[in-house]
Write a protein that binds this ligand. Structure first.
Ligand code: FE2
Length: 245
């Protein structure tokens, strides 16, 4: 579902004990994905002031003492710290009501893959400046139709929300942004885990705002725009959600 952390530029050399002569560049061209301009009300929804007491949610998260560590503390592909559940059942019900109203979905649920895999739904994530990086990806079509991020910082620097990306092809032409059947994620659709850092270009940027829920169709290429902070209080704090509908 995601690219390996920090070594997408030279994946073939990683882990080899001896220096190797550079291989000739014979990488086949990447498949070109379909494109659909991310459009508010159709492909994504910006819902402000979603919770009546977001300060209480943030205070509860700051008091959390059972974090699971990701990159760079543990050999995980995901960054920073995570804890579940993020919202209480009552808070989650309020959010889901707004998601159903925005999307027109009659029912939302969590899917389990045949092998038992699930997504970390209703999960709080805290990621600092040195822990995460921009990593365009899509969320599994097998497990969700909609994804959302709830921003939980009252004070945010610019450019630390969420961005949608599209392919940037050799020669400067633009490619697509959607993973469609029969593929479930970007790695399947591109037939590789490793792409050059300039394989994607930012298309639409949504600002990080306290108590804002950014809801989007999860097969659109997206990433955090940026991370900041170095303490629990000032790192980028979000809660993330994944729904089948
Ligand atoms: Fe995602």
């Amino acid at each position: 579902m995601t690219f390996s952390q920090g070594r997408a530029d030279r994946p073939e050399l990683y882990g080899l004990p001896m220096p190797m002569p550079p291989r000739p560049q014979r990488t086949p061209p990447l498949p070109v994905l379909p494109y659909r301009k991310p459009t508010p009300g159709r492909d994504y929804w910006v819902l402000d002031d979603v919770l009546p007491d977001v300060d209480a949610v943030r205070a509860r998260c700051l008091a959390e003492d059972d974090w699971t560590e990701g990159y760079p503390y543990k050999p995980e592909s995901w960054p920073g710290l995570r804890a579940m559940p993020g919202l209480t059942p009552e808070e989650l019900a309020l959010v889901e009501r707004q998601v159903m109203k925005a999307t027109g979905a009659g029912r939302l649920w969590q899917e389990t893959a045949p092998g038992g895999a699930t997504l970390n739904h209703n999960c709080v994530q805290v990621v600092g400046r040195d822990e995460g990086q921009v990593r365009p990806h899509t969320d599994s079509r097998a497990l969700c139709r909609y994804a959302a991020v709830l921003y939980l910082n009252p004070d945010v620097p610019r450019d630390c929300g969420t961005s949608f990306y599209r392919q940037s092809l050799p020669g400067g032409t633009l490619g697509g942004n959607l993973v469609t059947a029969p593929h479930n994620n970007l790695v399947d659709a591109l037939r590789t885990r490793f792409v050059s850092p300039d394989a994607f270009t930012e298309d639409v940027r949504v600002a990080n705002k306290y108590n804002r829920l950014l809801l989007y169709t999860s097969n659109m290429i997206h990433s955090a725009t940026g991370y900041w902070g170095s303490t629990l209080e000032d790192k980028r704090m979000t809660a993330v959600f994944f729904w089948m509908a």
